[in-house]
Design a protein. Structure first.
Length: 292
């Protein structure tokens, strides 16, 4: 089994050798340096006015700061639905069976397609001339025009379709990691299935569900293709990523675009930190039950 070999970097002044892991260099090159560069760029306004001018412009412009609310309105419900629905489905498929393999394989397809192909498929099947509205109208189940695209609901459905498989696979891995004999022991003491879930499974699942919710939220918060293809970019689905793209590629103000990206990352950091902090109010013991 191969391991990462530290790289010796010699300091020019005192002649001491420092060991730098390639993993640290990789993290610095892909995460730390881009963040420092983007933060520095955001503090250098193209139009002048002080280093905080871009942030002042963002929070004073009525076409920019509401994008925070719009993005939260999309990412929040999508995260709750994806994680909430994944729990009962994962419980139903927690035991190895052909159904588990079939469902997990089927749910991998949206992950491999990506948001762009999902959005293209939704335009074909859920658009005004798609088969779904035509079936509803043909069966006289809905007489008015069915609009599931180019609005808020189209983007939300896309986030659920693309995000649910990811949340489900994470939840399934946590559910299958809990020792089933714990529930069996509780059953012998008179605990019904609801009490077993509330007293055993849920406390052990809280750390895993929190991580799944954090990752799902970050994935949904950075929505861009779905908001453009399935939403109304100039209206109810004008999210932060669209505002940053317009600043960069329409106004050619890369400094303002970097500031919007920094604000976007800060909002995600606050929400993720809140979720990680809230989980300690539910359970503070081991993360899993273990299977021995």
């Amino acid at each position: 089994m191969s391991t990462l070999t530290p790289v010796a970097v010699r300091a020019p002044r005192d002649g001491k050798a420092w060991l730098v892991s390639p993993a640290l260099l990789f993290i610095f090159a892909l995460f730390v340096y881009p963040f420092i560069y983007g933060l520095t760029l955001s503090l250098s306004p193209m139009e002048g006015g002080g280093m905080w001018a871009n942030y002042a412009k963002f929070f004073s412009d009525t076409s920019m700061w509401p994008t925070i609310v719009v993005t939260l309105k999309l990412a929040g419900p999508a995260t709750l639905i994806n994680v909430g629905v994944s729990v009962p489905v994962a419980f139903a498929l927690r035991r190895p069976s052909p159904y588990q393999k079939f469902v997990t394989t089927l749910l991998v397809i949206p992950v491999t397609l990506g948001t762009v192909l999902i959005a293209d498929g939704m335009l074909s099947y859920f658009g005004p001339n798609g088969w779904f509205p035509q079936v509803l109208q043909g069966l006289h189940l809905y007489t008015d025009e069915v609009r599931l695209t180019h609005n808020f609901w189209g983007v939300l459905i896309s986030l659920i379709v693309s995000g649910f498989p990811f949340a489900f696979l994470l939840t399934l891995s946590y559910v299958t990691g809990i020792d089933p004999t714990l529930a069996s022991a509780a059953a012998t003491l008179g605990a019904d299935p609801l009490q077993q879930f509330r007293r055993i499974y849920l406390p052990l699942l809280v750390p895993g569900l929190t991580m799944a919710a954090c990752l799902s939220f970050v994935q949904a918060f950075s929505v861009f293709p779905s908001a453009v293809l399935l939403g109304a970019p100039a209206g109810p689905t004008r999210v932060m990523s669209i505002a940053a793209a317009e600043a960069a590629f329409e106004s050619y103000d890369y400094s303002l675009a970097s500031a919007i990206a920094i604000v976007m990352g800060f909002v995600q950091l606050v929400i993720v930190a809140a979720m990680l902090g809230a989980r300690r109010f539910f359970y503070s013991g081991p993360a899993t039950g273990g299977k021995g």
